[in-house]
Design a protein around this ligand. Structure first.
Ligand SMILES: Cc1cc2nc3c(=O)[nH]c(=O)nc-3n(C[C@H](O)[C@H](O)[C@H](O)COP(=O)(O)O)c2cc1C
Length: 341
């Protein structure tokens, strides 16, 4: 067991006594310092088979989901810890503070979180600068969104802005149209809106490919709260437009799994164990409907190795974690990569 794995069970009760967002900010800062001091050892001890997905070589199948490192301030540390890929963001064209605090809540009885952060981030250009100096071998995805005050009619310009800025430094770009915490964002998942958005982004991707001499895959991150018709419509657009990959899923606005909990009615997206089943259904449906060459990244409710394996069995080429890391600590990476090689 590495030092960081031994350290986490000692730190966890202390961190859990702090406000959830403060604990998060502190953890990321401590990770950066530990890495600078050379104290961060990979928790991945089993030999890993790199995977080639979307033309990129992933050192292993485990990724850090978007939202944990919104500002791209700790990518080298996450890589050192053993993650095969790190998705930074969501980043918007202009910096923005996000929603008023408190905006992140723990539901430990359910191994769940509710957040309504609202894309607090330092802006795409700040993240791009940081990523220029990265040293990690982990694949780095840049997750992009729109500013809260950009109307949906102009959303495409925000995504185009971020795509152009991130293209030179990103290994892949994830288009986030599924956060429940930016008013109207999920409406961009409607068939007409998504078709127009992806068409514009794909056109720009082709131009940027010529300009930079490299292909940066374009993925879309979707919500778990989609009915069958919405899933079919989205899959149709993704197939038509040759999207490079799909990330399933973001957090849920559904509260059925946590009914009766004192915090259940907090506005925001629910993540962790309660989103697993819904995420898996959506993942499975997309795997059936998408052309074989479009890979899926499975995310939502992975709390142990078996959960990760299940997503791979349902058709995920790669997986990501967020809430599981809060509840299980860095040992989760070792457990997952011990089982999914
Ligand atoms: C506090 C918090 C902030 C998040 N921020 C983002 C974000 O900015 N962009 C995004 O695409 N997903 C964001 N997510 C969603 C996660 O990336 C992930 O899709 C979701 O939490 C489900 O995975 P999990 O059950 O492993 O947490 C956030 C999740 C949490 C808990």
């Amino acid at each position: 067991m590495t030092l960081i794995e031994k350290f986490y069970p000692v730190m966890k009760p202390w961190l859990f006594r702090l406000d959830a967002e403060r604990a998060h900010t502190l953890t990321v800062k401590m990770m950066v310092i530990a890495h600078r001091l050379g104290m961060l050892k990979t928790v991945v001890t089993t030999p890993q088979q790199p995977r080639i997905v979307m033309g990129l070589t992933f050192p292993n199948v485990l990724g850090l989901a978007a939202g944990m490192d919104k500002s791209a301030s700790a990518v080298d540390a996450w890589g050192a810890l053993g993650f095969g890929f790190v998705e930074v963001g969501t980043l918007t064209p202009r910096p923005q503070p996000g929603n008023p605090k408190p905006r992140l809540f723990r539901l430990p009885e359910h191994e769940a979180l509710i957040n309504r952060m609202g894309f607090n981030n330092p802006g795409i250009h700040s993240a791009v600068k940081k990523l220029q100096h990265r040293r990690t071998k982990a694949v780095v995805g840049v997750n992009i969104g729109k500013n809260f005050d950009t109307p949906n009619e102009d959303a495409v310009n925000d995504y185009l802005h971020c795509l152009k800025a991130a293209y030179p430094v990103a290994d892949y770009i994830a288009v986030n149209i599924s956060s429940p915490n930016t008013k109207g964002l999920r409406d961009l998942q409607a068939e007409g809106a998504v078709r127009q958005l992806i068409a514009e982004l794909k056109k720009e991707q082709a131009a940027l490919k010529m300009e930079h001499g490299k292909t940066v895959p374009l993925l879309v991150k979707i919500a778990p709260d989609l009915n069958d018709m919405q899933v079919e419509a989205l899959a149709r657009v993704f197939n038509e437009q040759h999207i490079d990959g799909v990330i399933a899923t973001n957090t849920t606005i559904d509260r059925d799994a946590v009914t009766g909990h004192a915090l259940a009615q907090e506005t925001g997206g629910l993540s962790g164990a309660p989103v697993r089943e819904r995420s898996n259904l959506v993942l499975q449906a997309f795997r059936m409907l998408l052309q074989d060459q479009i890979p899926l990244i499975g995310v939502g409710g992975i709390l142990n190795g078996a959960d990760a394996l299940e997503k791979m069995k349902l058709g995920a080429a790669l997986v990501q974690v967020y809430s599981g890391l809060v509840y299980r600590g860095p040992g989760l990476a070792r457990e997952i990569l011990g089982q999914v090689k």
